[in-house]
Structure formats: C-alpha cells, structure tokens
Design a protein around this ligand. Structure first.
Ligand code: NOJ
Length: 549
C-alpha cells in the first residue's frame, strides 16, 4: 500500500538549532527554544522537521564536524532537553529527521586522536592513511578556492590522511567492519530516541573507497543496502533522505531495487534547472530535467527544495546556462562561491513577491516531497558580509524586538540582519502573522493545499503541452483523482489551451480562488495566467475537491 509511505506526502521544514531560537540567552539557539516554537511550525502545517547536526562539535563547518555522535552540543542543551523536545514534537504529530554525518568526523574526535597517535594505534584503520604523499593530494576538493588539499600530512601520525572536505574533517574508513558497526550503533541510538530517519550527508563520498592515486570509479552500493537493512530492522517506517548531487543516470543505483537503497534523495538536478527557468523564462531544460529524473518505483521519492544551508550549486548546468543564472541571480563576485554557486537566499535573488510565490508554488507541485528552509517562509535575506555559506545562515527573524526576538544576548553566534529591506524590523514572523496577505500566510495556505493534493506524492504525472515555452503544465492522476497545475515563468500574462486528449474531463475547479474553467466542445480548456502566475486545478467529474485517502 503506497499510502503507508508517510514520506511521500510529507512537508519537511529544515532548520539549524544554532540559529532558530535561543531560550537561555547565551546567543546560540537551543532545544528549549525550538520546543517553544513547535506550535508555530505545527500551525504552518509542516509535519516533518529536519535538524542540522547538533552533536558536540568544534563547529568549524556549521556542525558538520562531529566529535561525539552520542550527545548534544552543550550550547544547544542536554540529552534531556533533546528527549523533552522529541516528546513535544511527537505530541503535535511532528516527525523529526536528523543529519547522519558519517563520511567524516571532526579531527578533534577521540577516534581520530587515537588513530593518529601511532601506526599501531587501536583505531588507526578507522581513517585513511598514506605514508607517501599521494600524487593526487590536491585533487577532488569539494570546496575549491577555500580547501587546499584532499590529503594532508599529520606530523603526529607521520602520514597523510584523506579528507574529501576541509582538512579538519578526516574521512572515516567505512571499509573497516568496526567502523560500519559503529555507524549502525549511531543510527540505532537516535532511532531509539524517536527520530523518524536520517538526512544522509555526502552519500557518494561515503560510498567511495579512497586510496592514493587516481580515483576509483566504483562506489560501494552494497553498503547502502546494508545501512538500509539495519535501519528497517530497527524501525520499519524510518527513512533515509540522501544528499547526492549526481547525474540522473546515476540516481537509480542510489535508490536501488525496491526497498533496498535510499528512500528519498534531494533532486539537485531539477533544482538547478528550475533556477535556470526562473532566470530565463525558458522551461524546456526544466522539463528535460524532470523527465530525466522520473522515478519508476512507487517507494522511491525525490525531495524538492529551492534553497538549503549551502550555496545554490549550479555545477550541473552548461557553462552558458550557468552564466545566465549568475547574471540574473548572483551578478557580483561576492555573491558567487566555489566557482559553481550562489550564496544568497531565495528572496534576495528573486527580488519580488510574485516570483517568490511562483518558485514556491512550483516546488510544492513537483513530483516529490517539498522541503522548506527556515526563514524562507517569511522571505528572509542574506548577509554577504559573512564568510562563505554563513551568508545564508543568519538567525531566524521572529519579531522587531532586539536581536530579532531570536535571543536576549548582546552577542550572537551569527549576527542578525538589521539593515536594509530584509532587516528584522521589516521582515519578521510577528509582523507577518498579523498581516493577512503576508508571505507567511500565503505559505501556510500552500502547505495546506499541498497536503490536500496527495496525487502529487502517490500518483503518476505527465508534462502537458501548453504551446508556450514559458509555461510549465503538469497533470497528476491517482486512483481516479486528477490535478492540473500551471506555472508561467514569463514576465507577461498569457493564455494557454490545454487539451488532455485521452482523458475526458469536464470542469476544472481552481483550488486557490472561487473560479472554475469549463471545456469547449472539443474538450479543451482555455486558461489565463498572470505574469509569473500559477494555477492549481482539480478535475471535477473525475473526483471531489478533497483528497481521497
Ligand atoms: C554537505 C553539507 O550540506 C555541507 O554543509 C557540509 O559542509 C558538507 N556536507 C560536509 O559535511
């Protein structure tokens, strides 16, 4: 029963403890603060939270450098606070997914400290070493321009260690059975505390087998199956949400045969082509990206997002396409990062409400599970004075009070945005809650609409011929229920004629306004779209307005 798969119609909200809500006033967000904001999230209608890493960390990579997998960083509270938060989340029916960052640890992790202590150290083989300087020591960096190498010499260890990311993040050797056992223990620990799954960090790198010399192309997909088996033994409905920015033809291996691989993966490929469509008004490459990433198994699922905590990675576009997106959304050098991306939030890139609505409406309508980034629901901006990806990691803007209502402290972990049109005095939750036509209220409506449109998560879809390259039309159907969703990426209003040919539908009921659209004698529908307009219809005659589930 595909309806059993909760993740197929979930709505995920991603946040970082550090910048969400500081309860104890030390300038860093904490679990007590987050617990007090659960009613806000619940009222918005999201049903799943994805928490960025919150375990003890030297915090040199926003928590993606963990030094103890079995605890809570004291800045965010205690294990007791975590369990209390889980209780409060579950009480509201909210599921919680956490990051699983096991491709690498922090270099301060006791495992690495032991491993570097000598050739015969107990945990030496938990990491990847080379006594000689590898010929490819400066190849394959994930953060070009900032990261200098992938093999770094450690004096104490008297050897080079491998790190796909920053040098303070040594890669674990997952070919070692003890390491694999430990990773299972980590998953088992958090599952026992009630989490509904894991956002698996850096999946392709976790599967590679690094060794000095030219890269080995084979990835250990068997290992994914092993992880999946363990997860499901421990909790039948727990899921993996994988971070793997790979080409469409590679994705099948990650999803695996039915029930064997990753349940959900972020669709980076569609994300990049979506921004191309927003930048140029041309939907053809987006349609191609959707078709290329079409899934054929009912248990596999894409997660669709607009922005995340990293740069907007445009590495999969052609050079010409990338330059067009840069020109429109990140023209200045300091808006760009690692030669491939843009370090800005959605609102500042798009610059107007209509296009933000278009983008979000599209995200909710794509075949997959939508993921909202904290702060995007109120249109928060970025701070380009902060370094690298920190630009998009500023504290949540709750109100016009001091420090945006985020904290009572004078000094914060990251400064709040207090200048310009995106400053907290203008853009904040409190204000938008009391403004009927605010982005926040619009978003809440969209979340409800998406919950009602379960055809998207469970059904099949096809691209409609709209006769206009700026208009994306999608048709979903599921057990006799049918949805038509149109998005106009063009800056001009337009009219499109939709002919479903094989499927006879009568009236189209607009799900967002009191309007409907009847077919002409030939069964065609003529639909008007405003500039950057979007419309969601359910086909009357085939089904009722509300979901059939
Ligand atoms: C991917 C995460 O999204 C990113 O923020 C982090 O720097 C790397 N993985 C390394 O963990």
């Amino acid at each position: 029963m595909v309806e059993e798969l909760w993740y197929k119609n979930a709505i995920i909200y991603s946040l970082d403890l550090e910048t969400f809500m500081d309860y104890n006033g030390d300038g860093v967000g904490d679990f007590e603060g987050l617990a007090r904001r659960l009613d806000y999230l619940h009222a918005m209608g999201v049903d799943t939270l994805w928490l960025a890493p919150f375990q003890p960390t030297p915090n040199k990579d926003n928590g993606y450098d963990i030094k103890d997998y079995y605890g809570v960083d004291p800045r965010h509270g205690s294990s007791g606070n975590f369990v209390e938060f889980m209780h409060q989340a579950n009480k509201r029916g909210l599921k919680v997914i956490i990051d699983l960052v096991v491709n690498h640890t922090s270099d301060e992790h006791p495992w690495f400290q032991n491993a570097r202590s000598g050739k015969d150290a107990k945990l030496r083989d938990w990491y990847i070493w080379s006594e000689k300087k590898p010929s490819d020591w400066d190849e394959g960096m994930v953060f070009p321009g900032v990261q200098e190498a992938t093999w770094t010499y450690d004096k104490k260890a008297k050897a080079y260690y491998y790190h796909r990311f920053y040098k303070f993040q040594p890669d674990l050797n997952v070919n070692n059975q003890e390491v694999r056992d430990e990773i299972c223990r980590i998953m088992g620990f958090w599952i026992e505390l009630g989490v509904a799954g894991f956002r698996v960090d850096a999946v392709p790198f976790l599967l590679e087998t690094p060794a000095p010399g030219p890269p080995k192309p084979e990835l250990k997909f068997n290992y994914l199956r092993e992880l999946r088996r363990f997860l499901q033994w421990r909790r039948g409905d727990a899921v993996f949400l994988g971070e793997a920015n790979v080409l469409p033809e590679e994705t099948k291996k990650y999803f695996g045969e039915e029930g064997e691989g990753i349940h959900m993966m972020f669709n980076f490929y569609v994300n990049q082509h979506l921004f191309y469509a927003l930048a140029t008004g041309d939907t053809a490459p987006l349609i191609e990206a959707l078709e290329k990433t079409r899934l054929h198994s009912p248990v596999s699922q894409w997660a669709h997002f607009l922005r995340n905590h990293d740069e907007l990675d445009l590495g999969r576009l052609t050079e010409e396409q990338r330059q067009k997106v840069f020109a429109r959304f990140g023209p200045d050098e300091d808006m760009q990062l690692y030669g491939r991306g843009i370090r800005r939030r959605l609102s500042t890139m798009l610059g107007n409400r209509q296009q933000s609505e278009l983008a979000y409406s599209l995200m909710f309508s794509l075949p997959g599970t939508p993921v909202i980034r904290y702060g995007d629901e109120i249109g928060m901006g970025d701070d380009l004075d902060l370094k690298e990806r920190s630009a998009v990691r500023t504290p949540m803007q709750w109100s016009a009070d001091k420090q945006a209502g985020f904290s009572a402290a004078d000094k914060l972990i990251h400064p709040v945005i207090d200048k310009g049109p995106y400053g907290y005095e203008h853009v904040n939750v409190d204000r938008q809650r009391r403004t009927p036509d605010s982005l926040l209220n619009w978003m809440t409506t969209m979340v409800r609409l998406r919950h009602e449109c379960t055809e998207i998560g469970w059904g099949d879809w096809e691209i409609l011929d709209t006769g206009n390259p700026s208009v994306l039309g999608m048709h979903y159907h599921w057990q006799g229920s049918s949805l038509l969703i149109l998005h106009n990426f063009g800056e001009k209003a337009c009219e499109v004629i939709i002919d479903l040919k094989t499927i006879k539908i009568g009236e189209l009921i607009d799900l967002m306004r009191l309007e409907s659209c009847t077919a002409d004698k030939k069964g065609r529908h003529t639909i008007n779209l405003e500039a950057y307009g979007y419309r969601w219809f359910r086909a009357e005659g085939l089904t009722h307005l509300m979901k059939k589930s």
